[in-house]
Write a protein that binds this ligand. Structure first.
Ligand code: DC
Length: 212
């Protein structure tokens, strides 16, 4: 059997992480949330007391990252999402993280990776590419629920504003901007619950892999 490699991209809080985890469990392959790499890079730069735009420090932190052992509690907060989006716009940081992601994707059994540039840059040959979207207001609601669940104070207007800003930064940057690969299937989860989105994704995987 050929490797089950699934590339999932999409904007912040689109539901891609939840979907990626579900698919990985279903197909019994490892999952890499590549946003954590950028979040961990940002955290490392801040820990050094440096500016997020400081390329030299950001690259050094990125090169030293292990793909496991992330302090998810700290990294998944609202602030680190913003900070990650800043370091992620530095082409040198993206370059420093490419190899580790490609190695992860090359496991013989396959893998699920989610991020912004998986189908376009990291795994351009992935047999299955899904671009997950949802309306900004829906994404803000989901993010608000997630942050509230983590005990963070929730200000819906500020979260919606964050999401819009991040969309702009992630889509507008010149290095590996957020965009659907030409051969990606778009899955709009605005009106879909977790189970419905998962079912729709399974259908996409079945269609894509039967043609392979
Ligand atoms: O998916 P996330 O919210 O954890 O990602 C945090 C930031 O990291 C996001 O705003 C942009 C950046 N990112 C990226 O540029 N490329 C990826 N493959 C994953 C994340």
């Amino acid at each position: 059997m050929s490797a089950m490699l699934i590339a999932i991209d999409g904007p912040a809080a689109s539901g891609k992480g939840t979907l990626a985890r579900r698919l990985a469990r279903h197909f019994n392959v490892p999952h890499l949330d590549t946003g954590l790499l950028y979040r961990a890079t940002a955290a490392g730069v801040l820990d050094r007391g440096e500016r997020l735009e400081d390329v030299e420090h950001a690259v050094a932190v990125a090169r030293g990252l292990a793909l496991t052992d992330f302090d998810e509690d700290r990294l998944r907060g609202r602030e680190m999402g913003e900070a990650a989006s800043v370091v992620a716009a530095l082409p040198e940081v993206r370059a420093a993280l490419i190899e580790a992601q490609r190695r992860f994707a090359a496991r013989p059994e396959g893998a699920v990776l989610d991020g912004r540039d998986i189908g376009t840059v990291i795994c351009p040959d992935a047999p299955v590419k899904i671009f997950v979207t949802a309306a900004p207001e829906t994404r803000a609601q989901r993010r608000a629920l997630e942050l509230a669940g983590r005990g963070e104070k929730v200000d819906f207007a500020a979260i919606l504003d964050d999401i819009r800003k991040r969309d702009e930064r992630d889509s507008g940057r010149s290095s590996a901007p957020l965009k659907a690969a030409a051969d990606a299937i778009t899955l709009d989860t605005t009106k879909l619950g977790v189970e419905e989105a998962f079912a729709a994704a399974l259908k996409i995987v079945a269609e894509k892999t039967s043609k392979a």
